[in-house]
Design a protein around this ligand. Structure first.
Ligand SMILES: NC(=O)c1ccc[n+]([C@@H]2O[C@H](COP(=O)([O-])OP(=O)(O)OC[C@H]3O[C@@H](n4cnc5c(N)ncnc54)[C@H](OP(=O)(O)O)[C@@H]3O)[C@@H](O)[C@H]2O)c1
Length: 274
């Protein structure tokens, strides 16, 4: 694979038995340190956080790049998960924070572009995953290039009215009821109705908190970056879960632990019944 020479494979420190294994192009198996696959349907989230659980610093533009600390391993895993996804789900906060974001596999790790395309082809998936933007209030900029190139906007009736006819023709809008706080089950059902079986959430911690609280998250991929960020309160930092207190606490099972340089890659399965 051209250009991958700078990425050493991820080192596998632990892997649970019996995990699903898709037929990956050999380059992807080598770089990931082994196979990867998913039972379907599945909703899996991906985050990079500091050691103390911070995933965003609102005062810093593109703070996830700061938090990822230049990890090529993290970029590779992000691309690999996008290459598996039927749809990438983001929230309006994440859209706003990435004015040029595309959420395409090859954009985040170009050296594996051909292998990512090969994986999608082998799995009989369209060339690129759909991107779905969740915005109950319709607070998105219709001129964002993602919407120009085509995305799905999941919103409420109020959000749809606010966006009016402003969305570019390449994008579609789906209204999921009156309430601007949309039931995550309705979000997942709307994506399943479009034939999406593997949903990757790259939404921020507010959406993730809602999804988690509703018990619709199956898996979490968490990259821990070797940084500490502190937290002075008043939204100076966002932590992994920004939502109401989870009662009872959500519980997870460790599926795999990998390492690449100073970054640790954790894969968890969430107990949806918790
Ligand atoms: N470190 C990482 O791995 C990582 C990953 C993702 C994002 N981030 C960062 O996180 C920051 C953004 O965080 P965020 O939590 O604000 O982003 P977000 O979760 O992507 O967006 C939040 C917005 O999503 C909509 N939303 C969420 N749940 C909803 C529901 N149940 N019903 C209707 N709408 C819902 C709301 O939009 P409306 O207000 O428009 O209704 C809400 O304001 C950015 O800096 C981004 O870069 C970091």
């Amino acid at each position: 694979m051209a250009g991958d020479s700078h990425l050493e494979p991820l080192e596998v420190l632990y892997e649970a038995d019996g995990l699903a294994a898709a037929d990956l192009p050999p380059e992807l198996t080598r770089l990931y340190g082994g196979p990867l696959g998913f039972d379907e349907p599945r909703l899996f989230a991906n985050f990079v956080s500091t050691i103390d659980g911070v995933v965003a610093i609102p005062s810093i533009p593109k703070s996830n790049a700061v938090i990822a600390a230049g990890s090529k391993g993290d970029h590779f895993v992000m691309g690999l998960l996008r290459a598996f996804a039927d749809v990438v789900l983001i929230g309006s906060g994440t859209l706003r924070s990435s004015p040029e974001g595309t959420w395409l596999p090859e954009k985040v790790f170009p050296p594996a572009a051909a292998a990512f395309a090969g994986l999608r082809h082998a799995r009989d998936r369209p060339e690129k995953p759909e991107v779905a933007v969740l915005t109950g209030r319709g607070s998105i900029d219709p001129a964002h290039p993602l919407l120009e190139s085509g995305a799905l906007v999941l919103t409420s009736e109020r959000g749809a009215a606010r966006l009016g006819g402003e969305l570019p023709p390449a994008s579609a809008i789906v209204s999921l009821g009156e309430d601007t706080s949309i039931d995550p089950h309705a979000v997942v059902s709307a994506l399943h109705e479009r034939g999406h079986r593997l949903i990757l959430s790259e939404a921020g911690p507010h959406t993730f908190g809602d999804l988690l609280g509703a018990g619709v998250v199956d898996e979490l991929f968490l990259t821990v970056s070797p940084l500490l960020a502190g937290n002075a309160g008043q939204d100076s930092r966002f932590r992994l879960v920004e939502a109401e207190d989870l009662n009872p606490l959500a519980r997870a099972r460790t599926l795999s632990i990998r390492r690449h340089e100073e970054h640790v890659f954790l894969r968890y399965e969430l107990d949806r019944g918790a």
